[in-house]
Design a binder for this molecule. Structure first.
Ligand code: DP6
Length: 349
């Protein structure tokens, strides 16, 4: 049995829309910073059939709906197709027994699925290591098959999901540009509501193509925005990073809002928080920028220099919950239990 741990990431160039929905092959590149928490742990072992258990942060079992279990089943099926392509068709001979322990409060607006499926990918990488040694880029493909953004959380630090070309299962993969020691940044997460969103990203991606602005968005990312973001991170140029990330998040939400059906994830609270942080940034020349995913939660990315002031701002937002994270190291294996007869009986006992 293998136990892995992982955390979500903060998306700066947003992933929105696929060229292949079932395989989660994105239309465009995306970029994120892996976070150091909150974390998810997954135990995995071989099993004749698929078994999935999930536990909440308070330790109670979360009863998974059919849709959730089916998502794990579909992901494993796709993983087996990928392993066959890598000439290891028997690396997972039947199915897996998966136990998920999440410390991520649901509906925080932090993509918990990016943590869960990057964690699953790392756990699978460990489980099959005797049959085939996967690189982290290959493990990121496994993460992507479960949740597109999870393709970025396998690696630590600053990571792209490279869209690649064509329809091959591994044409898009996660690529690390700098590790977690490159630039210590903070993510102060301001959550206006804990109510779960109605339309998740998986259901949202197919609508992207219906927006008249979508083609321009993809072109902008592929022609310059992704490179500008990577250059800003490598040069630790916070001002340039602020410009490119805020441009991208507004662009993604414009696409969402002009799709059919239109998706409105931002609320009055979101706008109040982003306007407030711009005012503070201008008044005090603070290095801080905002970003939002498919929900009203605002992530405030800042440096050591500005974190105290940003924290103060965040906790002053009425009716909001605040979570804090920093640059993280990506998914890792934290326990390996070898199935000797002794360990098996120890586990049973
Ligand atoms: C807006 O397909 O990774 O957060 O459906 O929860 O698995 P799930 O999400 P995913 O889409 C994420 C979309 C995004 C932007 C991003 O993370 O890049």
């Amino acid at each position: 049995m293998i136990t892995a741990s992982s955390s979500p990431n903060s998306a700066w160039i947003k992933y929105w829309g696929n060229r292949n929905d079932p395989l989660r092959i994105p239309m465009a590149d995306s970029f994120s910073m892996s976070l150091d928490g909150p974390n998810v742990e997954i135990d995995i072992d071989h099993s004749p059939e698929l078994v999935v258990h999930s536990f909440n942060p308070d330790g109670t079992e979360k009863i998974l709906g059919e849709k959730h279990v089916a998502r794990f089943g579909k992901t494993l099926e796709n993983v087996k197709t990928y392993l066959a392509k890598l000439e290891a068709p028997d690396a997972i001979p039947a199915s897996c027994n998966i136990t998920v322990r999440s410390n991520i409060p649901s509906a925080v607006g932090l993509a918990s699925s990016s943590a869960v499926f990057s964690c699953l990918a790392k756990a699978i990488q460990g489980l099959i290591a005797e049959t085939i040694e996967l690189t982290d880029d290959q493990a990121s493909v496994i993460g992507r098959l479960g949740s597109g953004s999870a393709g970025r959380s396998v690696h630590g630090g600053f990571v792209a999901l490279v869209a690649g070309e064509g329809e091959e299962i591994d044409s898009a993969y996660g690529k690390q540009f700098a590790d977690e020691n490159h630039w210590p940044l903070h993510d102060i997460i301001v959550v206006p509501t804990m109510i779960e969103k109605k339309i998740g990203s998986t259901e949202g991606h197919p609508t992207a193509h219906s927006s008249p602005h979508y083609k321009d968005r993809v072109d902008a990312i592929m022609n310059c925005r992704q490179k500008e973001c990577i250059d800003a991170v490598l040069a630790k140029d916070f001002e340039k990073l602020t410009y490119v990330c805020e441009e991208d998040v507004l662009d993604m939400h414009m696409v969402m809002q002009t799709s059919t059906p239109a998706l409105h994830y931002l609320t009055d609270d979101t706008h109040r928080i982003t306007e407030g942080i711009i005012e503070l940034r201008n008044a005090e020349h603070l290095p801080v920028f905002y970003t939002m995913d498919a929900g009203p939660t605002v992530q405030l990315i800042c440096t050591d220099e500005s974190v105290d002031r940003v924290r103060e701002f965040a906790y002053a937002q009425e009716g909001c919950k605040v979570f804090e994270a920093k640059t993280g190291a990506g998914a890792k294996i934290i326990k390996e239990l070898v199935h000797t007869e002794r360990s098996r009986s120890a586990t049973v006992a």
